[in-house]
Design a protein around this ligand. Structure first.
Ligand code: IMP
Length: 428
């Protein structure tokens, strides 16, 4: 079977980009199956740093086709900015990129809706979205009557469809935030989107058909998830989630390729926890430990530059998402960040209302009350960013990784000790 899937098991930012870059070498097609410009991935390749959002990092390699599927919400201005950035640094795009005609298009009203409606959900805490119009665009997709897909931009009735959606959005925005709706200049937006459509035309394709042909022909596909499984709309910490299936379950619905074609699922975890935006993070360390993790791990959002909330590794959560995503093996990223701490902790259970729980709660309010039960392990002082063999890691670091694998219930096959490709340890 030809498919490998890389999926984040936490709240995103697990350094999946680096792993995808390494695995791309052994695949012909890289597939982005959900999310949008809310995600960002950083890849260090050939001594250069690349920051990409929607375009898979496979674009940096010859002989790899990158596919952005219909499960994605696509902001054309953003995609073109990425493409221009790549081309200005000598990357040839040509036929290496395919954008699904089924992908839903992000319009300026989606960004405005994010701004005026994200406010607060019950309990008063805002979701803290990236403000990229992701949720509002997916809302229109599910609602259907106000949705515009990439393929629609090339249809004869696009102007009428646009006018219908615009007039509704203007009224909606005016009613909730007077002054916002009238800021939408229909003529200007229409002209802009016609321009985007023209420039994107060479890349637009029926990617579902393309991918089904590819798997049936035995091509090697790499599915790249954005965000992490705990932000999954159905299975994450709802409502503090993103609006797509960011766990492994999203592969089939987002790409149109049935799960039976995937033979290897790699669950990616950071050696500790981070979260950006609202919602509970049971192991959060709002103290010197959190500062250590944020500063050593450079834990600031790639897209929004917000400081990430940091804490100890949450194995209750990761065990749940590893099962949910059908994970075969684990990649433990950013292990180097823990160096210098006297001791390291793993949360292996919660206490909720005095009861010990090892199953991840389905309701966010229960998760809010969860008090972590920690296992404490000895830390290590030496920097490990130059280590290339598992056996050369300090015994405490080896013990920590081994324990992570045990509590999550999956073998660790890759350990990362720095952003460079060379700073990767293959354990088996
Ligand atoms: P949205 O996806 O912009 O609607 O944001 C919803 C929630 O998901 C917010 O808490 C965001 O901070 C979070 N989020 C979205 N994309 C990412 C990501 O790539 N990494 C980490 N958190 C993300």
């Amino acid at each position: 079977m030809p498919g490998t899937c890389v999926v984040g098991l936490q709240w995103g930012d697990e350094a999946k980009g680096k792993l995808v870059d390494i695995l791309t070498e052994r695949h012909e097609i890289v597939v982005r199956y959900q999310g949008g410009a809310n995600a960002g991935h950083t890849v260090v390749s050939g001594g250069q740093t690349w920051k990409l959002s929607l375009i898979p990092s496979g674009i940096l390699r010859d002989g790899v086709t990158c596919v952005v599927t219909g499960g994605v919400v696509l902001d054309p201005a953003n995609v073109l900015k990425e493409l221009d950035g790549l081309e200005s640094r000598g990357v040839r795009i040509g036929s290496k990129l395919k954008l699904s005609d089924r992908a839903h298009v992000v319009f300026p009203w989606h960004m405005l809706e994010d701004k005026v409606l994200d406010g607060s959900v019950s309990g008063g805490e805002a979701i803290g979205t990236t403000g990229r119009g992701i949720g509002p665009c997916y809302r229109d997709k599910v609602g259907r009557s106000l949705a515009i897909r990439l393929g629609d931009l090339y249809r004869d009735d696009f102007s009428e469809r646009f006018a219908h959606v615009l007039s509704f959005k203007q009224r909606l925005l005016e009613s909730v935030a007077p002054g916002e709706g009238s800021m939408l200049d229909g003529e200007r937006i229409l002209a802009e989107y016609r321009g985007y459509a023209e420039r994107l035309k060479p890349y637009v394709a029926d990617t579902t058909a393309y991918l089904l042909d590819a798997v049936e022909a035995g091509s090697k596909l790499l599915f790249e998830g954005a965000q992490g499984a705990l932000l999954d709309i159905d299975h994450g910490t709802f409502p503090y989630v993103t609006s797509s299936n960011s766990s492994g379950v999203g592969v089939a619905s987002g790409s149109g390729v049935p799960g039976r074609w995937i033979e290897r699922v790699i669950g990616v975890v950071k050696a500790y926890s981070t979260r950006v935006g609202g919602g509970p993070l049971p192991t959060e360390q709002d103290n010197a430990i959190g500062m250590h993790l944020r500063e050593r791990g450079r834990e600031y959002g790639t897209v929004t530059m917000r400081p990430r909330r940091c804490g100890w590794f949450d194995a209750v959560a990761a065990r749940y998402t590893a099962r949910l995503s059908g994970v075969d093996e684990l990649a433990v990223m950013l292990l180097d960040v823990l160096a210098g701490l006297p001791e390291v902790k793993i949360c292996s259970a919660y206490e909720i209302d005095g009861r010990r729980v090892t199953q991840f709660p389905s309701h966010v309010d229960d998760l809010r009350r969860a008090v972590p039960v920690y296992e404490t392990l000895p830390g290590w002082q030496a920097d490990i960013d130059g280590v290339t063999r598992f056996d050369d890691l300090p015994k405490e670091a080896r013990g920590y990784v081994a324990r992570l694998g045990e509590v999550i219930g999956r073998p660790v096959s890759i350990v990362s000790v720095g952003p460079d490709r060379a700073q990767t340890i293959f354990c088996r």
